[in-house]
Ligand binder design. Structure first.
Ligand SMILES: Nc1ncnc2c1ncn2[C@@H]1O[C@H](COP(=O)(O)OP(=O)(O)OP(=O)(O)O)[C@@H](O)[C@H]1O
Length: 349
């Protein structure tokens, strides 16, 4: 069970669809024995993360995909903060700005831990580990100052890849220590070609009019466009000039819904969640897409021991949605199930 944005994400540099010059540069960088710290900048949905991961695969091989997500707890002295961290043997990904102004603490702890653990794998392609920091431009100045110090201190076995929207909020000493990699948003033509090819892989014939309509509503954000495409195709409207293109902010709405479910598991919440499901269905978002999106977000944010159960339940309810009629009923039942998993987890603590 995966959304098309994940299912068809190009996995290697050779498979990247646009900005060939940039791809060539990244290929050279990956092949050289050393890698500088990188500052990767571009709009959301321009393909920054896809490029970074393709590059890491080029450098370290498929082992970077053998990654796990742990929610790590940090005791800052005054309070505890949790942050999900994705890690493989060779790299680590995190968005420390999510913990607000405790980010300095998190950044330093994680970096120290990684820098002090030598590469254990003697056959490793490189001596260094890579830490990818998402939303680096949202890091506090303190956290950035801390980062800058570690960049110098641990150059032997650590490389940073900082992903951001714009470099203006990145402090100058970091900028000057990183190689700047700018990922421009794909052109309309690039996007139409990718949408058409993706639809074809799912056996849908996408008309140029519908493709153009989606691209125009996507704000040059390829992720958003692919999500809209999946909705339009799921409704069988890939070739329908009157196809209703869903609101671009529906994903945000589902994200908020997941956070809402994780924050409190009362009957009142369940009822409020039902209203939100109705709202989404009324905006023509198919139930299976709602479920997938919700499950991904719940997975990413729930305590680690629950993640497998959530995926299992999502697959089960997806099956029921596909074969049943009352989609709202299954969405609500899935939510109730997740709430009871969370309650059970807290009760066992
Ligand atoms: N070169 C490419 N060719 C084809 N599809 C791509 C390419 N780059 C990205 N995509 C698709 O676009 C989607 C968005 O890309 P990605 O997640 O890398 O964007 P991003 O810039 O990191 O933005 P965000 O922070 O919103 O995720 C991916 O899920 C992938 O399916």
């Amino acid at each position: 069970m995966s959304l098309w944005v994940d299912r068809y994400r190009p996995t290697s540099l050779a498979k990247l669809d646009y900005h060939d010059d940039l791809t060539t540069r990244l290929t050279h960088l990956s092949a050289s024995g050393d890698l500088p710290h990188l500052l990767v900048t571009g709009e959301s949905g321009s393909g920054r993360k896809t490029r970074v991961m393709a590059m890491l695969r080029e450098i370290f091989g498929p082992a970077v995909d053998k990654a796990k997500i742990d929610v790590k707890s940090f005791d800052t002295g005054t309070r505890k903060v949790d942050l999900p961290i994705v890690s493989s043997n060779y790299h680590l990904e995190m968005s420390p700005s999510d913990v607000g102004n405790q980010d300095r603490f998190v950044v330093q702890e994680v970096i120290k831990e990684v820098a002090q653990s030598q590469q254990i794998d003697a056959n490793a392609a490189r001596r260094f580990k890579v830490i990818v920091i998402h939303e680096a431009d949202n890091l506090s100045r303190d956290a950035q100052a801390g980062l800058r110090r570690t960049m110098e201190k641990y150059t032997a076995n650590l490389r940073l890849i900082l992903v951001c929207n714009s470099t203006t909020r990145i402090i100058a000493p970091i900028r000057s220590r990183c190689l700047l990699v700018r990922v421009p948003s794909p052109s309309k033509q690039n996007m139409i070609a990718i949408l058409t090819a993706t639809a074809a892989k799912e056996r849908h014939t996408l008309s140029e009019a519908v493709a153009t309509n989606i691209v125009n509503k996507s704000d040059a954000n390829l992720r958003r466009a692919l999500l809209m495409l999946e909705v339009v195709c799921t409704k069988g409207q890939a070739n329908d000039p009157a196809a209703e293109i869903p609101l671009p902010d529906w994903q945000e709405y589902i994200h908020n819904l997941a956070d809402f479910i994780l924050a409190d598991q009362s009957p009142q919440r369940l009822e409020a969640a039902r209203k939100r499901f109705y709202e989404l269905l009324a905006h023509a978002i198919p139930a299976s897409v709602i479920l997938q999106f919700l499950a991904m977000r719940l997975m990413a944010k729930a305590p680690e021991p629950l993640q497998q159960d959530i995926i299992f339940e999502a697959a089960e309810f997806d099956h029921r949605i596909q074969s049943g009629t009352k989609a709202i009923f299954h969405l609500e039942a899935f939510t109730a199930k997740v709430m009871s998993l969370i309650n059970g987890y807290h009760a066992s603590m």
